[in-house]
Design a protein around this ligand. Structure first.
Ligand SMILES: [Zn+2]
Length: 275
């Protein structure tokens, strides 16, 4: 290679933050308000079979609301965020036949799409449960990435699109914030997952808001949904290079950014550039 090349996020940024929240519970109303207040983006993984269901559970001796957002409110509550599949009824997909797993995924996808009027392409596995058969089914259902519950404990990029690991669960976010914000040396993705009802159980809404206030509003951070992150990485992977590494062609509809010998370079959508 003639040049030293590495990937950058849109606009030549080195840092990205994304959140992923599961089950589509009523506490998402409070959480989406917080994300909006601090300019953060997130993905919400919804169980359409439970839309509007009233429920609660006993946690640490207290009754915690576990009701689900009604179907008619989904488009409004999650406007500006990504809605993704979490299956219709939250089963262990690894224990279902391929046909039943496909039904759980496809019916959820269709129900969400009917409400938000856009293609749903992302997913989170219920209970994080996944195996080779489940991955095949998910792919066949037109899902392009699926998040698990595995965590890396760092800000590296996910390696397996069909078992996407996050940096951390939100309960373990604090130690990652300062190193992430202060390190400009390499490409970083801070990805966080959880359930919004957990903030009721642990009574940590204020703590989480304070963390969001530190993460939000930064000029050098890309705030994106899980799908936007996936789509950018996928587009970057479609760059065409000469063997010498001195010409790059971008066949996608996305402007792509690289660091070339320490300089930020944009490879505009549909164009070929010489480095
Ligand atoms: Zn779940």
């Amino acid at each position: 290679m003639k040049h030293r090349i590495s990937m950058l996020w849109p606009d030549g940024l080195k840092k990205a933050v994304t959140f992923s929240y599961d089950d589509g519970v009523m506490q998402d109303l409070r959480l989406t308000a917080l994300f909006r207040r601090y300019g953060l983006k997130a993905t919400f993984n919804l169980n359409s079979g439970f839309f509007g269901q009233i429920d609660s559970s006993l946690q640490r001796g207290r009754e915690i609301d576990h009701s689900h957002v009604p179907e008619e409110d989904v488009a409004c509550v999650y406007a500006g965020f990504e809605c993704a599949v979490h299956t219709a009824h939250h089963p262990w997909l690894t224990q279902l036949s391929a046909v039943n797993a496909a039904e759980e995924i496809l019916s959820d996808r269709a129900a969400i799409e009917a409400v938000i009027k856009q293609p749903v392409r992302g997913m989170a596995y219920p209970f994080g449960a996944v195996n080779a058969q489940v991955k095949d089914v998910v792919r066949a259902c037109g899902i392009v990435y699926a998040r698990g519950t595995g965590v890396t404990g760092d800000t590296s990029l996910p390696e397996d699109a069909y078992d996407w690991s996050c940096s951390c669960h939100h309960s373990a976010l604090e130690p990652l914030i300062e190193p992430f914000l202060s390190d400009d040396r390499r490409l970083a993705l801070l990805s966080v997952w959880g359930h919004s009802y957990e903030f009721d159980i642990t009574e940590t809404w204020d703590e989480f808001e304070e963390q969001l206030s530190r993460l939000g509003g930064k000029d050098d951070v890309w705030y994106a949904t899980n799908l936007e992150i996936f789509d950018y990485i996928e587009a970057y992977g479609r760059l065409r290079w000469t063997a010498a590494g001195d010409v790059a062609e971008n066949p996608t509809a996305t402007d792509l950014f690289i660091e070339c010998d320490g300089e930020t370079v944009c490879i505009p959508a549909g164009e070929r550039i010489e480095l």
